[in-house]
Design a protein around this ligand. Structure first.
Ligand code: 1GP
Length: 234
């Protein structure tokens, strides 16, 4: 059976654009989300689950509920090792390459090994770059790292490519949840140019125009949380 990663690579090659809805277990309740998950827009291909401060129990309840309502792949997008539950299909094992905090570059990963080993989760090594989205993001606050200014295109590009050279299978450009400014088109396009692994983009995308722009610039998979969560996606 093709893996989740195989399918993302294939979509990237054939230019089939992917869309993930991000659900934060901390904000989740079965009442609030039942309808939402059963009636996801047709374009949605993945459900990501994660947040900045989530317990294992919250994560597990949330994943179990989503799995009972949809057949879409459910992938963990964890803020730390505490959010790992083997009830999901896979996990983006994120290394925060834009920052210089060892905790989020390698420490959390070491601590996660006992949970990941033999878990059955598909582990997807992901280079995660936090870019400045115009307001303080939860990722910056929790990880105690600085986002990269979006004008530093060369640095962003080289950071992404270093991730690829180190064996990451996906690169994720993150403007932060609720970002005022999503990732610039020029940044997406420039990173995509020399990248041979799929590119994920998220943070602050609120409408179809921004979504299309991100795809056009080169995003293979776009992640939307807040706008879907608030029913405000236009
Ligand atoms: C995923 O953090 C984003 O990369 C989600 O951002 O909540 O702004 O859609 P939004």
């Amino acid at each position: 059976m093709p893996t989740l990663l195989d399918a993302i690579f294939k979509a990237s090659k054939t230019k089939k654009k992917l869309l993930a809805v991000l659900i934060d277990p901390e904000k989740f309740s079965a009442e609030k989300y039942a309808d939402f998950i059963e009636n996801l827009p047709e374009a949605v291909t993945h459900v990501f689950v994660g947040g900045s401060t989530v317990t294992t129990e919250e994560s597990e309840i949330c994943v179990n509920f989503i799995k009972s309502k949809t057949k879409l792949p459910v992938i963990l997008f964890p803020g730390d090792k505490g959010q790992i539950t083997e009830k999901a299909d896979g996990i983006l094992l994120l290394s925060l390459l834009s920052g210089r905090n060892p905790e989020y570059l390698i420490e959390q990963h070491i601590k996660a090994v006992p949970k990941l080993l033999n878990s059955g989760l598909e582990i997807i090594p992901t280079g995660y770059l936090l870019l400045d989205g115009g307001n303080q993001s939860a990722v910056a606050r929790v990880s105690k790292t600085q986002p990269i200014n979006q004008n530093e295109i060369e640095l962003i590009k080289n950071t992404a490519l270093a991730g690829q050279m180190m064996g990451k299978q996906l690169i994720y450009l993150e403007a932060g949840s609720g970002a005022k400014i999503p990732v610039f088109d020029e940044v997406i396009a420039e990173v995509k140019k020399d990248l041979s692994i799929p590119l994920i983009v998220g943070g602050g995308i609120r409408n179809a125009r921004q979504l299309e722009k991100a795809y056009k610039a080169g995003a293979d998979l776009v992640v939307i949380g807040t706008a879907f969560e608030n029913g405000e996606f236009e």
